[in-house]
Design a protein around this ligand. Structure first.
Ligand code: NAD
Length: 487
């Protein structure tokens, strides 16, 4: 059985306890994992605080920080295949996706390497004589990063990259489900020669490890990706340490298809939008809103494509949909389908948990037209598409905005003016027009409402890991006059 360790203060450690990680393709234990608890968390946060204020990191120039980030990017690129195999093994995400995604993760580190020495302060044109005033941008402090199981290297890169560029130090908590790739990534941090304590990587359970980390008094900011319920715990904890938070949460993203769209393109984008990563994607286009005149045609196209998908073992390059990450997730998907069918939704394809080992679930389409189905409101985080039809553009927009989430959306139409109206009208952090699921280190990413707040990606994300300090310097040599008059 493969064995992993935590990385705290530049050392690889076993953690206060141990647990076993399950291979989702077989349902059997395959790796022995460290379980960090309060003591480990405390050690990691203290190491991060030491590194922030006292260690060599605190004395480095921004350019030197950038060079370390470039080195890390190269190491990620060189080790992408190994990391991909570990992520596939530990989470069930197919190797085709993990290898492409992790190769791209290197570009995220490269992007933030370039940003490190472009985070500038400013000089203020102050309204007082003989006074120079500047804003310095300083690292926000020790950052706690808490990530979910899906795409851990990607979801941590969009936090670690900008935080390092800004000069922060951090404790990253990998999900207890599938932590192997992130724990292995710690070896690259070590090899890149980041000073001890700058990046600490641990794993453990939410209620013990995650909670202890997010409420730790020395944590200044919590960058969280996960579900809304956990986000509420994080925000409650922030009432204790008054840490700021950025929250990347779930979604129930609308995917609107008009009759004038290129239907083949739209169908391919919809299939990728909902079935890639076995639907375990925060931006999954999980609500298809299709113009009624083409509904049957489009659904047939989708059904054919869904049924042709190769579901199989995730380490096989030919596999297109692998297992869900956990049994809990498999049970949740099946239960929500049952509830939806009871409310009147009709199964177009899929819908049944298959027999056999592993946490598989087939690509599923639910026709929910005219039905108040819970599948239109609740996140499956699985390969399930819910479909409704519309007659007018206003109706399509109303359906798209009928959600408490606000993460992503897609619009397929050839009508330019309509596309512009919808990109303004849709309430979501991302609108993809005639495309879906495109991401880039250069483009901000994030949502609002139940999808959270804050943005990852882009220059602004690095600025979010800074705080400003206002410096006042009196330039006159004259003695300071009457102390009771403000100047
Ligand atoms: P989750 O909220 O259960 O867990 C996420 C992380 O939080 C894990 O590391 C977990 O250990 C930790 N955690 C759990 N309880 C905690 C507590 N009380 N205090 C502190 N930490 C705690 O999420 P999940 O089920 O692992 O992931 C699925 C969710 O993540 C979905 O809702 C999905 O949409 C969302 N997600 C969002 C994005 C995005 O960028 N918007 C990306 C991927 C996933």
């Amino acid at each position: 059985m493969q064995r992993f360790q935590c990385y705290i203060d530049g050392e690889f450690l076993d953690g206060e306890a141990r647990y076993q990680s399950i291979d989702p393709a077989t349902g059997k234990n395959w790796a022995d994992m460290p379980e960090a608890r309060e003591g480990d968390v405390d050690r990691a946060v203290n190491a991060a605080e030491m590194a922030l204020y006292d260690g060599p990191w605190s004395k480095m120039t921004a350019t030197q920080r950038g060079k370390l980030l470039y080195k890390l990017a190269d190491l990620v690129a060189a080790n992408a295949q190994k990391l991909a195999e570990l992520e596939t093994r530990d989470t069930g995400k197919i190797i085709r996706e993990t290898s492409a995604q992790i190769a791209y993760v290197a570009d995220y580190y490269r992007y933030y390497a370039g940003i490190a020495d472009k985070i500038e302060g400013s000089y203020l044109p102050i309204d007082k004589q003989d006074m120079d005033v500047w804003l310095r941008r300083e690292p926000i402090g020790v950052v706690a990063m808490v990530v979910p199981w899906n795409s851990q290297l990607f979801l941590s890169a969009v936090k670690i990259g900008p935080a390092l560029a800004a000069g922060c130090t951090m404790v990253v908590k990998a999900s207890e489900d599938g932590p192997a790739p992130l724990l292995e990534f710690a070896r690259l941090i070590h090899e890149a020669d980041f000073p001890a304590g700058v990046v600490n990587i641990i794993t453990g359970f939410g209620a013990s490890c995650g909670a202890a980390l997010s409420r730790h008094p020395k944590v200044a900011h919590v960058a969280f990706t996960g579900g809304p319920e956990t986000a509420r715990h994080i925000v409650r904890n922030s009432a204790e340490n008054l840490a700021s938070t950025s929250l990347e949460l779930g979604g129930k993203s609308p995917f609107i298809v008009f009759a004038d769209a290129d239907l083949e393109s739209a169908a391919n984008a919809q299939v990728a939008g909902i079935f890639a990563a076995t639907g375990q994607s925060c931006v999954a286009g999980s609500r298809l809103i299709v113009e009624r005149s083409i509904k049957d045609r489009f659904l047939n196209l989708l059904k054919d494509k869904a049924e042709a998908i190769r579901v199989g073992t995730p380490l096989d390059m030919a596999t297109e949909v692998g297992p869900l990450a956990t049994k809990r997730q498999q049970d949740h998907v099946a239960a929500l389908i049952d509830k939806s069918v009871q409310s009147g939704a009709r199964i177009v394809t899929g819908g049944q948990t298959p027999d056999g080992e592993g946490f598989y679930f087939p690509p599923t389409i639910l026709d929910c037209d005219g039905v108040a189905s819970p599948s239109l409101a609740e996140e499956f985080f699985g390969p399930v598409l819910s479909v409704v039809a519309f007659d007018t553009e206003a109706e399509a927009l109303g359906l798209a905005n009928d959600t408490r989430y606000g993460l992503a959306s897609g619009v397929f139409t050839q009508n330019l003016t309509r596309a512009h109206r919808l990109m303004k009208g849709i309430r979501a952090g991302i609108v993809w027009v005639n495309t879906y699921r495109a991401v880039s280190p250069i483009a901000p990413f994030g949502g609002f409402g139940l999808s959270g707040h804050g943005r990852e990606g882009g220059l602004a994300a690095a600025l979010d890991y800074t705080r400003t300090k206002t410096i006042w310097l009196r330039t006159s040599d004259d003695p300071i006059p009457d102390p009771f008059v403000m100047r």
